[in-house]
Ligand binder design. Structure first.
Ligand code: GTP
Ligand code: MG
Length: 351
């Protein structure tokens, strides 16, 4: 299955000090075969030039691992673009990548000048000094951009943990207040193993599980809980759920806990549902009343009369989930999806 977390395959990125040490070790380990008939000064010249070149090459290769192998921010799928903005800050990320990249011409310049000096020198002690001076200056440049490298390493760590999404199969996104049982449902029906706990905000990031419904492969998305409050007040964790709804949901399962064991009232949950419906007017939304095993009859009646078409489920036991998922998949219009996959694949081959 084609997975698409663009950050998953970035090679290890070294810190400034690690790069310096790595490049230094490589350059001093360089073994040189030179004729003994050659004059000492010439042998030293060849050795010092080679060492300096090797040092620079290794430094630049490691910098490229950080910069060139990092996915281009402007070409990210909107789901990843928005999550990267929420979790990292795209402007700061671009600045850091740019700053590291901008060191390369200066490093080349220092290398060239010192190689010229090495070519002209007639003193083997001076040559060693020149090589050391060049390495020292290149190391200073790296140290001056160490913060940028650290930022890129942190960004990579956070972003490579994001789930891989497959663009060609339908996505069902589970949403609702914290603690209503979203992760319990996703864990029960799919390959995902999100943590489940009796307290709210257990899930702090988007998690994707896979399953088959009939003959159809489906991905089901577990999201962090969201509260009924204005968008501007939402925290980083809630915003990740909104991003998943915005960019991944072919269909939404909105879970309500009418027992109110989750810690929020039925009415508060209805307010959030209304908001989600307003935010995503085009997405089919299936309402699932969860925890009906512990819902007092009068509360269940209230929920039923408000949502006569809602699914009644017990996620912990798996009750009612087959029908809910089957209907969710039936809501997905597969034709436009196939079209958008074609467009997406075509856009990849254009890059
Ligand atoms: N009685 C009962 N408890 C349930 C049911 N489904 C989930 N729970 C319990 O509800 C609590 C919260 O479940 P989670 O699946 O972690 O809820 P969540 O919506 O993912 O919560 P956040 O990640 O915090 O947003 C856990 O203690 C579950 O065992 C159910 O059908 N019946
Ligand atoms: Mg959860």
């Amino acid at each position: 299955m084609r997975q698409l977390n663009p950050f998953a395959n970035i090679p290890t990125i070294m810190t400034a000090e690690e790069i310096i040490e790595f490049a230094h070790n490589r350059s001093t380990r360089l073994s040189m075969k030179s004729s003994l008939r050659m004059k000492r000064v010439e042998r030293t010249r060849i050795r010092e030039i080679s060492r300096l070149k090797e040092f620079t090459n290794q430094v630049k290769t490691k910098m490229n691992d950080a910069v060139e192998k990092f996915p281009s921010i402007d070409r990210l799928h909107p789901f990843y673009l928005e999550l990267s903005e929420i979790l990292i800050g795209n402007d700061k990320l671009k600045q850091s990548l740019g700053a590291v990249n901008n060191c390369k011409p200066t490093i080349d310049d220092i290398t060239d000048k010192h190689i010229q000096a090495l070519k002209l020198s007639q003193d083997h002690r001076q040559m060693k000094k020149t090589r050391r001076a060049a390495k020292g200056r290149i190391s200073s440049i790296l140290r001056a951009t160490a913060k940028n490298l650290d930022f890129i390493i942190e960004a990579k760590k956070a972003l490579s943990r994001l789930p891989g999404i497959a663009p060609n199969i339908p996505s069902i996104v589970c949403a609702g207040f914290p603690n209503v049982g979203k992760s319990t449902l996703v864990r029960k029906v799919s390959t995902a193993e999100p943590e489940i706990a009796y307290y709210p905000f257990t899930t702090r990031r988007v998690i994707i599980g896979h399953l088959r419904v009939g003959n159809q492969s489906v991905q089901i998305v577990d999201t962090p809980g969201i509260l009924d409050r204005p968008m501007a007040e939402r925290n980083e964790i809630e915003l990740q759920a909104i991003t998943a709804l915005k960019y991944l949901a072919n269909v939404i399962i909105f879970m309500i806990d009418p027992s109110e064991a989750c810690g929020w009232t039925f009415d508060q949950q209805v307010t959030l549902l209304n908001e989600v419906q307003k935010m995503f007017p085009l997405n089919p939304i299936l309402i699932a009343l969860n925890k009906i095993d512990i819902t007092p009859p009068e509360q269940l009646e209230k929920a039923r009369s408000k949502f006569p078409n809602a699914y009644e489920i017990i996620a912990v036991e798996g009750t009612g989930l087959d029908e809910l998922l089957k209907d969710a998949v039936d809501e997905v219009d597969l034709k436009p999806m196939q079209e958008s996959v074609k467009d997406y694949l075509a856009s990849l081959s254009r890059e």
